[in-house]
Ligand binder design. Structure first.
Ligand code: C2E
Ligand code: MG
Ligand code: MG
Ligand code: MG
Length: 280
């Protein structure tokens, strides 16, 4: 009987596993070609300053416009890109495209703003990452003060000494650095003090917790206080409601990003937004 059930297991699992493996291989091959075929695109989500109401930045968010599947979100292909190493050329494409686009907006006469680009842990750990960023800045002629790189708190928490060396290299280019999804990694005030960074980005989950203007959302409020004591800027991501907006404003949060103001926009729609803001 034992032998029989073992046999059944074997026969049951093999075809499924190989179907998954071949599906994965297909996606991997398609992802490799996606870059050459121009199937990737960036969407842009505005970031707003509480004090002035101005758009001070945009975050670039990658999408894969798959010929059959339509718009694929990064959660569905970034992990595979990371496992296969495709993230390196893909990440460079994102960085170059974002810098070019920001430079193009500036050339069109819009008020200069930052563009924030997400950097994968794999990119951050590349020995030549500082040179890669320097080359793209030179190639695209974007003033470095208008580029921001977002690294996640989990990246910042590995091998602190090496992380600080890389961050110092990046900061020496004149760019800005923010810590994305902040609050999920339990890093402390004393740990962060040593990091040459500009901005903390409060993770969406803590913004989601804010349900009343008066109520204390202790985590978001304490991250804002922490940022203030470290003299860092602080931006909230995933702001969806007026209540969240008012709460964050009252706590002294510097900037916000989220559906409350705007979803991520196609390039043309972001340009339209910039036009209407200039006219108003
Ligand atoms: P993230 O960097 O934390 O980006 C914020 C995500 O929250 C985006 O999802 C954005 O569309 C979404 N979002 C913004 N405002 C709201 C809101 O008010 N409510 C809700 N529910 N969601 C909101 P998206 O574009 O699907 O990206 C997911 C993640 O994929 C990003 O999280 C980032 O970690 C990663 N990612 C995106 N683009 C890139 C890229 O170019 N390179 C790398 N390495 N990762 C990327
Ligand atoms: Mg981000
Ligand atoms: Mg984030
Ligand atoms: Mg997030």
């Amino acid at each position: 009987r034992a032998k029989e059930s073992h046999r059944n297991q074997y026969e049951f699992f093999t075809p499924i596993m190989s179907a998954q493996a071949s599906e994965r291989l297909t996606v991997e091959l398609e992802l490799r070609k996606a870059l050459e075929r121009n199937e990737l695109l960036l969407m842009y989500q505005p970031q707003l300053e509480f004090k002035t109401g101005r758009v001070t930045g945009v975050e670039a968010l990658v999408r894969w416009l798959h010929p059959k599947r339509g718009m694929v979100s990064p959660a569905d292909f970034i992990p595979l890109a990371e496992e296969t190493g495709i993230i390196i050329p893909l990440g460079e494409w994102v960085l170059r495209t974002a810098c070019l686009q920001n430079k193009a907006w500036q050339n069109s006469g819009f008020a200069p703003m930052r563009i924030a680009v997400n950097l994968s842990a794999y990119q951050f750990k590349q020995a030549n990452i500082v040179q890669v960023v320097a080359d793209i800045l030179k190639e695209t002629k974007l003033d470095p003060v208008y580029l921001e790189l977002e690294i996640t708190e989990s990246v910042a928490m590995q091998n602190a000494e090496q992380v600080i060396v890389t961050l110092e290299g990046l900061k020496s280019l004149g760019i800005q650095v923010s810590i994305d999804d902040f609050g999920t990694g339990y890093s402390s005030l004393s740990y962060l003090r040593n990091f040459p960074i500009d901005r903390l980005k409060i993770d969406r989950s803590f913004i989601n917790d804010i349900t009343s203007v008066q109520g204390e959302s202790t985590i978001a409020a304490s991250i804002i206080a922490m940022a203030q004591s470290l003299k860092l800027e602080v931006i909230a991501e995933g702001v969806e409601t007026e209540v969240q907006f008012e709460f964050l404003k009252s706590k002294g949060c510097t900037e916000m990003q989220g559906y409350f103001f705007s979803k991520p926009l196609l390039m043309e729609d972001m340009t339209g937004r910039l036009v209407s803001m200039r006219e108003s």
